[in-house]
Design a protein around this ligand. Structure first.
Ligand SMILES: [Zn+2]
Length: 171
């Protein structure tokens, strides 16, 4: 079975279900594609009302400013891979497709996870922070499954920097 999954889904101590290696996995191995229905951010907002949900959007993956994958519809096992602030996998976006790959050697039986790093908008409320709190329990835990605040601030600075020259050209 050359296409058999390298992991299986079973109950996890982190959150509900999780993905566990069925065999040793080598660093760099591409494990599964994150699939589901491809929708717009507006459609995702319409489908999932943050305010009325106790937990975060576990099955949504932001591919770009235009596209979100909703793995609730036609999703596969990839949607059960949990978040960790000290992950052994990463989500890699290539030509609009999302792949989960190992970034470390993983032993048989080990749980797979990647850093969800949900993009911050900068106006997160206390409720948002609570909703997206991280319980991964690793030494590197930043307390949130949203991206580090420093990453958000760096992106803001970069946007300002790329905007500035254009303003100068117009002047
Ligand atoms: Zn954490």
């Amino acid at each position: 079975m050359p296409n058999a999954l390298a992991f299986e889904i079973r109950d996890s101590v982190i959150a509900g279900k999780g993905a566990f290696a069925l065999r040793p996995i080598a660093k760099g191995e591409r494990l599964i594609e994150y699939v589901g229905e491809r929708i717009s951010h507006a459609e995702a907002d319409q489908r999932y009302d943050d305010e009325s949900m106790d937990e975060h959007h576990t099955f949504l993956f932001t591919v770009s400013s235009r596209t979100v994958i909703d793995a609730t519809v036609d999703g596969n096992e990839s949607r059960y891979i949990n978040h960790s602030c000290d992950p052994n996998c990463e989500a890699e976006i290539s030509n609009g497709r999302v792949w989960i790959s190992a970034i470390a050697d993983i032993a048989e039986g080990e749980e797979l996870h990647y850093d969800y790093a949900y993009e911050r908008s900068g106006d997160e409320t206390e409720e948002d922070e609570a909703r997206y709190r991280c319980l991964c329990g690793t030494a590197k835990c930043r307390g949130s499954i949203m991206e580090p605040v420093a990453t958000f601030r760096a992106r803001q600075r970069k946007r300002q920097a790329t905007r500035a020259p254009r303003q100068r050209q117009r002047a």
